[in-house]
Design a protein around this ligand. Sequence first.
Ligand code: C5P
Length: 237
Amino acid sequence: MQPSDIPTRERLIVALDLPAVEQAEAMVARLGESVSFYKIGYQLAFAGGLPLVRKLADQGKKVFIDLKLHDIGNTVSRGVESIVKLGATFLTVHAYPQTMKAAVEARAGSELKILAVTVLTSYDDADLHAAGYRLGVSDLVEARAQQAQVLGVDGLVCSPEEAASLRRIVGHQIHLVTPGIRPAGAASGDQKRIMTPARAIAAGSDYLVVGRPVVEAADPKAVAEAILAEITPPLAA
Ligand code: C5P
């Protein structure tokens, strides 16, 4: 699917960052038809949440498995082969060349799309330096995006601040998926590079990943609907 063909409602991916499957299922029921794409990450996956992938897929929802794989190529390949069978739409891997190559090869012929995480959105230059990297955030994001494109990765997870410059580098064939989204007035939490939903879409994001602002809201459905309403005008522009 070309980025321009994505239905508006599918552009909001709600991160089910919740401690138990029952809570996740209750949140999905509360959100109802407003949300059609969910992300399952460490917290829920390691609390028995992986069978929820098939369950949600069978209900017509799309699921993004955000386990940010990174291991030797053979282990990544075998893992991706198992994930293909769960019925997920997106899977994240860290943007290391060996890892991206193994994941792309192992998902060949399936519906699963591989997203590479360039640099975590909670990282700034000082965090990268502390982790032993010589490059700052923008240079490392750019280098990893170029490698991802060469290796046939389907999409990139990046900060919305990087979306516009990444579009210039990777063109329109690669999906840009952006966490670090905060509706005006929401707490930033540990995210250091954040943007509002409308600005992120205008900057070139295809999919917005939103966790705490939705799942911790008093009225999650109202927040989800407000985000969808906010991104409709920039998508039409
Ligand atoms: O609660 P919040 O909206 O900050 O959640 C963002 C979600 O996106 C979390 O599940 C987080 O793990 C994920 N994520 C991120 N930064 C990345 C990749 C994924 O924040 N680079």
